[in-house]
Ligand binder design. Structure first.
Ligand code: ADP
Length: 678
């Protein structure tokens, strides 16, 4: 610390001529003082002090000066050692999770298992053994480390130490080098054989520094000269143990919440933070274009800034928040640098204790941050990242769940944030149903919450104008009066039964959706025209469907040479949205059969299934999402592959009963349900 004092003295001897220089001078003085008093790792203090010393020789009017000054202030503002005290109570966590979220039972179960593992790891005390044959030194070390809350065991010689290893394991051994019979190095060698993960600190007198270097070569993590400075001991032990984070962080420790938007991923993350009593950060990864956005720019760049990871930690002022990296799969396609490698470093507990932000340029320990990631489609994530994460899938809500969540959570929350009392507005069941089906079409709840907010605002205005008095009850008619005509109508009401057009069910990153397949035949040269931003797999499905129909003309009563002298056009509307996947095969085949036989297709029937050239229907995925999307769109019958029977059987009753489900083994089965009689 003389270091600082010297600098201050130096400063005091500088003549204070102008007001400006006096300000600069006292500013530096304050910063020196702050640096001296701040709780910082030694390497950070040294770097910042060096920078401050450089500033003293720099003219305050040049750009470099303010760059340097900002750097020192940034170092000072980081939460190097400031942590929120964890509330390691699983029961409380469970209560919070239940109180803040309805349903999601499987998600909650898995989150709680993960929290239990984290609590177990976080509340585990490190086991440290101190070995020394000098009783006073032994006492000192033991006392110091016990005060740091480690589980400390002592031994007065090497044999005793080895004996202790027979019945217990230790994270760290602090041993004297020179001891009778078994030396510190011999002990290290023996212990490494039986417990390779145990770290060693060797304490040694100045005369034996060379031997200590030898100890480092043999695998000791550190050596400390005797008499051991207790502050240095504390710091060294802490650093070494934080690097061996295997016990503090459970394996596969990063949770990844996957599923469509609006189904509570962020909200569950926030509850985890509440449960632990930690701060919560949510950083959207959508559209991140550059490694520097995460890792910062080197200070040599004009306008260099720290990366988002460190700036967020600086904002919350604690080094152990719950940090959500939202929509990891949306990271910019043109990301400069390799996003996976930055993220691997950030998310890997073995590497992130030394995270290097280019702006800060000295390692910052992220190992106490609890990272959670979210993704709409986990398949888009790079495999090395996926391997590190525990995926927890969230799936779409049923109509009933949406209604209950709206009634119990969204409505009260929106009423309160619009200055209304819980009892001022009552949304009847009919009103909520009308909102869910008429004004939203989503897997989650975002738009529903938005519509509820919109109603609250309108009611606020009407109250002022004395056109409504609260408490009031809202029914479907009132909803329509407030929100205007419904944006979505049920498929059967909207669409007429027509030939050549069928309804399909697809799975997208936003949840299940219905699509329409339109077909037309016209004079031409046997061309198959496909439009609607169809992906390769979908195009192949269309070709397969056409070939199947051409090879089965007799079975379906189709003119045998219908194709000669004709073109066929298959169009899937909403052309601006790219579509792909094999599950529309059956829908396309039935549309073609409907077109060619002129049998009308029922607009309240939707289907999903992969078609083979021989007319078999292969199973598809995303059944829950597809069935719920069909229900929302007012589809009354869903045709699904017979081979999906067992996966349908395990769905909740509410989902299975959302619409009539017909299992089809062949195209003929689907045709008999979806098309009118011949
Ligand atoms: P995501 O992160 O999946 O896009 P959010 O967490 O932002 O979704 O959720 C959208 C809204 O719905 C939030 O206001 C959230 O509190 C609410 N919400 C979602 N799921 C539930 C649930 N199971 N219980 C209560 N509220 C929920």
């Amino acid at each position: 610390m003389n270091f600082f004092k010297k600098s201050k003295e130096q400063k005091e001897s500088t003549p204070k001529t102008e007001e400006g220089s006096k300000d600069v001078h006292s500013h530096h003085h304050e910063l020196y003082e702050e640096l001296e008093n701040a709780v910082l790792p030694e390497h950070a203090r040294k770097t910042a002090t060096k920078e401050l010393e450089r500033l003293e020789k720099t003219d305050p009017s040049v750009a470099e000066y303010s760059i340097g000054l900002n750097y020192v202030k940034f170092v000072l503002s980081l939460p190097w050692e400031k942590t929120a005290e964890d509330n390691l109570d699983l029961e409380r966590a469970e209560q919070i999770l239940h109180a803040e979220h309805m349903g999601l039972s499987q998600v909650k179960e898995r989150v709680l298992e993960h929290l239990a593992a984290s609590i177990m790891c976080l509340s585990r005390k490190y086991k440290v053994m101190v070995v020394d044959d000098e009783p006073i030194a032994l006492d000192n070390l033991e006392h110091t480390l016990k005060k740091e809350n480690y589980d400390v065991v002592t031994a007065t010689n090497g044999q005793e130490a080895l004996k202790l290893f027979e019945n217990a394991s230790f994270d760290l051994v602090v041993t004297d080098l020179k001891m009778q019979r078994i030396s510190g190095i011999e002990l290290l060698e023996e212990v490494t054989k039986i417990s390779p993960q145990t770290k060693f600190i060797i304490t040694t007198g100045y005369a034996t520094v060379e031997t200590a270097v030898d100890a480092l070569k043999k695998g000791a993590a550190h050596y400390l000269p005797k008499p051991v400075k207790l502050d240095t001991l504390r710091q060294t032990v802490k650093e070494i143990l934080s690097q061996s984070s295997t016990y503090r962080v459970p394996q596969g420790s990063v949770l990844c919440f996957s599923g469509p938007p609006g189904i509570g991923k962020t909200s569950v993350g926030r509850s985890i933070a509440n449960a632990f009593g930690r701060k919560f950060i949510c950083l959207s990864m959508g559209g991140l274009r550059d490694e520097a956005e995460l890792r910062g720019h080197r200070r040599t760049y004009v306008g260099a800034l720290p990366g988002r990871i460190l700036s967020e930690l600086q904002k919350v002022g604690e080094k152990n928040p719950v940090f959500m990296l939202d929509e990891l799969d949306k990271i910019g396609q043109d990301f400069r640098g390799d996003p996976a490698s930055v993220l691997l470093e950030v998310l890997d507990p073995k590497q992130n204790s030394q995270f290097l932000d280019y702006y800060l340029d000295i390692p910052f320990d992220l190992s106490q941050v609890m990272f959670i990631t979210t993704a709409n489609v986990v398949e888009k994530l790079p495999t090395p990242l996926l391997d590190r994460m525990e995926i927890i899938p969230f799936s779409s809500y049923t109509m009933g769940e949406k209604r209950e969540i709206a009634r119990n959570y969204l409505v009260p929350r929106q009423l309160r944030s619009h200055g209304l009392n819980d009892t001022d507005l009552e949304f009847s069941e009919e009103a909520l149903n009308a909102m869910i089906t008429g004004y939203t079409r989503e897997a989650g709840l975002r738009n529903l919450e938005r519509e509820i907010a919109s109603i609250c605002r309108k009611v606020d205005k009407l109250v002022f104008k004395h056109e409504i008095t609260v408490p009031a009850s809202l029914n479907a008619a009132k909803i329509e009066e407030l929100l205007g005509p419904p944006r979505y109508t049920s498929a059967s009401k909207r669409e007429k039964d027509r030939s050549g057009v069928t309804t399909g069910l697809v799975w997208t990153e936003f949840g299940g959706q219905i699509i329409f397949v339109e077909t037309a035949i016209m004079k031409g040269n046997q061309n198959l025209i496909m439009t609607g931003s169809l992906g390769e797999v979908l195009k192949e499905s269309a070709q397969t469907a056409l070939s199947f129909v051409r090879s089965s003309v007799e079975q379906f009563g189709i003119e045998p040479d219908f194709y000669s002298g004709h073109d066929i056009h298959i169009h899937i509307p909403a052309g601006s949205i790219p579509k792909d996947g094999p599950s529309a095969g059956i829908t396309i085949a039935v549309a073609l059969i409907s077109l060619l036989t002129k049998r009308t297709s029922r607009s309240d029937v939707a289907m999903s299934g992969e078609l083979t050239l021989s007319g078999q229907i292969l199973p598809v995925s995303g059944l829950r999402e597809k069935i719920l999307a069909a229900q929302q769109a007012g589809i009354t019958t869903v045709v699904l592959p017979a081979e999906n029977e067992s996966s349908i059987a395990i769905l909740e009753t509410e989902v299975r009963e959302a619409t009539r489900i017909v299992l089809a083994e062949s195209v003929a089965d689907a045709v008999s349900v979806a098309l009118s009689a011949e």
